[in-house]
Design a protein around this ligand. Structure first.
Ligand code: KIV
Length: 321
């Protein structure tokens, strides 16, 4: 049980205040259970206090994610780096929330994910797990947190679970991280793999370029995907590879593939939420579908606010004490 889990057998009837504090977006309130006859006779509680709290929602687990693939159900994954986004992604029904090291580029303003630290990810992981989502929360292990030794990898994966409340961790790479993956899985932490255009290798790739276009690289990616499956990964992100390769890997593996720029043949899809929302400044990759223009909405709101302050239209009487 991770640090953020509550006791599922906790009392189901609490004060109205507890109901409001406990309520989460997307949860369905359960009817208040009848009190046992003895309790009713002994101390009838005032009706106002017998307010139902939301029924505990089913929490996604790594085995349940694998089961989705067996049933042929697509898996929806989004990144989140803060509490409100985690609440909204969870309410929308994603099965996995990834606290990606992409936070380095989309939130912290770095040019690549390489400067992201364990402390950076932990800080945002805690904000996400405070939302207590039903979705499985995956903490993305940053550059240098798992490459130097298997010991580092195990200790840092453990920190994500123990200090951040993660349900699983993600590592980039194939053969070179196989021992680390195996050991992390052995100590009981589910691991998501990541192959293809792995952003922590951007310097070696010479930029963000589609990977595995040639036959030998495609064979290597498939070999490495099988190796990660053997080492116990419960899923693998496939990023920036030809759609046919994404589909082939998805057919060959028993565990689900989660694609990002890897075509429609993957078992699930992940997008960086800032990209999907149109909150990312500048160009986004071809594989991004923008579902909103949040940057436009925010720019407009900020501009109108500044104009109102300058024109002394804000605050109005009804906004003053
Ligand atoms: O960091 C991240 O957001 C990721 C996804 C793009 C898969 O690794």
């Amino acid at each position: 049980m991770s640090a953020r889990r509550g006791n599922p057998r906790a009392a189901r009837v609490r004060s109205a205040g507890a109901v409001r504090r406990g309520a989460r977006a997307g949860s369905t309130p359960a009817p208040a259970p009848a009190a046992p006859a003895s309790a009713r006779a002994a101390a009838p509680a005032p009706a106002a206090e017998l307010t139902p709290v939301p029924a505990p929602r089913k929490r996604w687990t790594a085995p349940a994610i694998i089961e989705l693939k067996r049933r042929g159900e697509p898996i929806a994954v989004l990144t989140a780096y803060d509490y409100p986004t985690a609440l909204l992604a969870d309410a929308a029904g994603v099965e996995i929330v990834l606290v990606g090291d992409s936070l380095g580029t989309v939130v912290l303003g770095h040019e690549t994910t390489l400067p992201v630290t364990m402390e950076d990810v932990l800080h945002h992981l805690r904000a996400v797990t405070r939302a207590r989502p039903a979705a499985l929360v995956v903490g993305d292990m940053p550059f240098l947190s798992y490459q130097a030794s298997v010991e580092d990898a195990v200790r840092n994966a453990g920190r994500f679970v123990q200090e951040g409340g993660a349900d699983a961790v993600k590592l980039e790479g194939g053969e070179r991280v196989a021992d680390a993956v195996r050991r992390i899985v052995e100590i009981g932490i589910p691991v998501m793999g990541h192959l293809g255009l792995t952003p922590q290798s951007v310097l070696a790739f010479g930029g963000y370029k589609v990977q595995a276009r040639a036959e030998p690289e495609q064979e290597r990616l498939l070999r490495e995907a099988h190796r990660l499956e053997e080492c116990g990964c419960f899923s693998i992100v496939l990023e920036g590879i030809p759609a046919r390769l994404g589909a082939a890997a998805s057919r060959e593996l028993r565990i689900p593939t989660i694609g990002i720029g890897a075509g429609p043949g993957c078992d699930g899809q992940v997008l960086v939420s800032h990209d999907l929302l149109g909150f990312t400044q500048g160009r986004t990759p071809k594989f991004v579908r923008r579902y909103a223009d949040l940057a436009g909405v925010v720019r407009d709101a900020f501009t109108r606010y500044v104009a109102d302050v300058k024109a002394r239209r804000f605050p109005a009487d009804e906004e003053s004490y």
